[in-house]
Design a protein around this ligand. Structure first.
Ligand code: PGA
Length: 248
């Protein structure tokens, strides 16, 4: 699989922000890595139209596990796919925290994403308290077991390791700590899915910046990044994309 840089705009951006997407399109006419931009749901359709047939791909930030029904305010995987988006971020720690999303719910959302032909980017990561209590790998193992549905393949699933304490804080784990978790995720996926998940992309996320991207991408089993704050401006996002291209 090609390496991947995904940008998570979170709840940022009205239609004026599409100028940044346009700038990304211009800056990367033939990228050597996959690029994904995940704007808010309100921009999915316009963004998909703008990027159609070119890099980057467009993704959503969440979907509901059901296909349709009485779920006020929610969006189904089928609706996401209908905008032209090809992927969806699921189980982000902000949703796990704010909306108490469980591993079971994330797994059901991922299965719905797969059924609609979307790539599920499943986020996992430990809190600082869990890391300090030496529970990181145990937590990661439980999240993988609970959040990744049967039927996951390297083509339809991406795992994003995002330590909760590194998101939006400017703090990142040491490169050794990142490597330990990514190796663990790789072994866990291989043990459960065998060749189906061989080569699946495992992204690191949490305070990835132009200044630290290259060293993170040099860590074995880091296949790219899920980028929040530094994905909002093309000027910050481009050096991260370039760093991954340099690491290929
Ligand atoms: P950050 O966010 O890059 O702003 O730390 C990452 C994320 O939440 O995906």
């Amino acid at each position: 699989m090609r390496k991947l840089v995904a940008g998570n705009w979170k709840m940022n951006g009205t239609s004026a922000a599409l100028a940044e997407l346009q700038a990304i399109l211009r800056a990367h006419p033939a990228p050597g890595v996959d690029i994904l931009v995940c704007p808010p749901a309100t921009l999915l359709f316009q963004a998909s139209q703008m990027a159609a047939g070119r890099a980057p791909d467009i993704g959503a930030q969440d979907c509901h596990p059901a296909a349709s029904g009485a779920h006020t305010g929610d969006i189904s995987a089928q609706m996401v796919a209908d905008t032209g988006a090809v992927a969806v971020i699921l189980g982000h720690s902000e949703r796990r925290e704010t909306y108490k999303e469980t591993n079971d719910l994330v797994r059901d959302k991922a299965a719905a994403a797969h059924a609609s032909g979307l790539v599920a980017i499943i986020c996992i990561g430990e809190t600082l308290a869990e890391r300090d209590a030496d529970q990181t790998l145990q937590v990661i193992g439980a999240q993988l077991a609970g959040s990744v549905p049967n039927g996951a393949t390297a083509a339809n699933t991406v795992i994003a390791y995002e330590p909760v304490w590194a998101i939006g804080t400017g703090k990142i784990p040491s490169l050794e700590q990142i490597g330990e978790v990514h190796d663990f995720i790789r072994e866990n996926l291989t043990a459960r899915f065998g060749s189906d998940m061989a080569g699946a992309r495992i992204l690191y996320g949490g305070s990835v910046k132009p200044t630290n991207a290259a060293e993170i991408f040099a860590v074995p089993n880091v296949d790219g990044a899920l980028v929040g704050g530094a994905s909002l401006r093309e000027a910050d996002f481009t050096p991260i994309i370039n760093a991954l291209e340099g690491a290929v």
